[in-house]
Design a protein around this ligand. Structure first.
Ligand SMILES: Nc1ncnc2c1ncn2[C@@H]1O[C@H](COP(=O)(O)OP(=O)(O)OP(=O)(O)O)[C@@H](O)[C@H]1O
Ligand SMILES: [Mg+2]
Length: 260
């Protein structure tokens, strides 16, 4: 029997590129969704919630990487500026929307924080500094030039790293589906291993491994993270933040542990 702690008084949320952009069209933001997520976040902050925000690459970063790969067949460190710029464009739109809703959002571009392309090598102290002052840090998936090559550090991984640093109750991945779906279109209540997963093919570009890699990261995190990890959509995000509780929302990700 899997028991999860249900309270979400502090959250790291990752706004998936699948939900804040149209991944089928380059450089397309879903402004209505972004506005809604910002409104939900603002209400939560007003009721004492604490939050840090990560966002994905969507039709900005993923499409830029794909474009360069198609053009040159290889990614080199000299390609970093283009990819970083594409992500900054999206990050600025996200920040602009959050600020417009009165959220004290502070942008932290990972290419200025991460020495090497792994979350272990990212200097998260400025994010913690802001979070402890009740600001709302915002970071995102980004390109890190290293050893003459380009590596992509994913928003999914950054979000997973931040929950331990910020010590939040919950990690919420918001995507454009209500959870992890079965082949019959039902929401899986929990995922305990990759074997539970039926990946649907789609035409969306994701250079960081899509849902499978997200689940791998989340399952691995669940081995040591005592909070709750959930995958849901904007409706689920709203329910979690309104009630500060995850019960019955989306799909809980939790690898079976020896004590379960
Ligand atoms: N069984 C499944 N259940 C739910 N979503 C699925 C499933 N199989 C495939 N998907 C796809 O996984 C996508 C979510 O993963 P994806 O990595 O594309 O999005 P994201 O992480 O929100 O985007 P980004 O990486 O840009 O932040 C959904 O858009 C959905 O189409
Ligand atoms: Mg993804």
């Amino acid at each position: 029997m899997i028991k999860a702690q249900n309270k979400c008084k502090s959250i790291v949320v990752k706004f998936g590129g699948s939900v804040i952009t149209d991944k089928t069209k380059s450089y397309t933001i879903k402004h209505d969704v972004l506005d809604r997520l910002a409104k939900i976040t603002k209400d939560y902050l007003e009721r004492g919630g604490r939050i840090a925000i990560v966002h994905g690459g969507g039709s900005f970063g993923h499409h830029e990487v794909k474009r360069i790969e198609d053009e040159k067949g290889v990614l080199e460190s000299s390609d970093a500026p283009q990819i970083q710029y594409s992500m900054l464009l999206l990050a600025l739109e996200v920040s602009k929307t959050l600020l417009r809703h009165g959220i004290p959002a502070v942008l932290h571009p990972p290419h200025t924080l991460c020495e090497k392309p792994s979350v272990k090598n990212c200097r998260m102290s400025p994010i913690l500094r802001d979070y402890t002052q009740s600001l709302v840090p915002v970071t995102y998936g980004d390109a890190i030039p290293y050893d003459d090559k380009i590596y992509i550090i994913s928003g999914d991984d950054l979000a997973a790293a931040l929950v331990s640093i910020l010590n939040t109750d919950c990690l919420v991945y918001v995507i454009d589906e209500p959870g992890v779906m079965t082949g019959e279109g039902k929401i899986l209540e929990t995922v305990t291993s990759l074997g539970d997963l039926e990946i649907r093919e789609n035409n969306r570009i994701d250079v960081t491994g899509g849902l499978r890699k997200k689940l791998e990261t989340a399952l691995e995190l669940s081995n040591h993270y005592r909070g709750t990890i959930v995958i849901t959509n904007p409706d689920g995000f709203e329910r979690i933040l309104k009630r500060q509780d995850i019960t019955g929302v989306g799909t809980i990700i939790r690898a079976t542990r020896p004590e379960d």
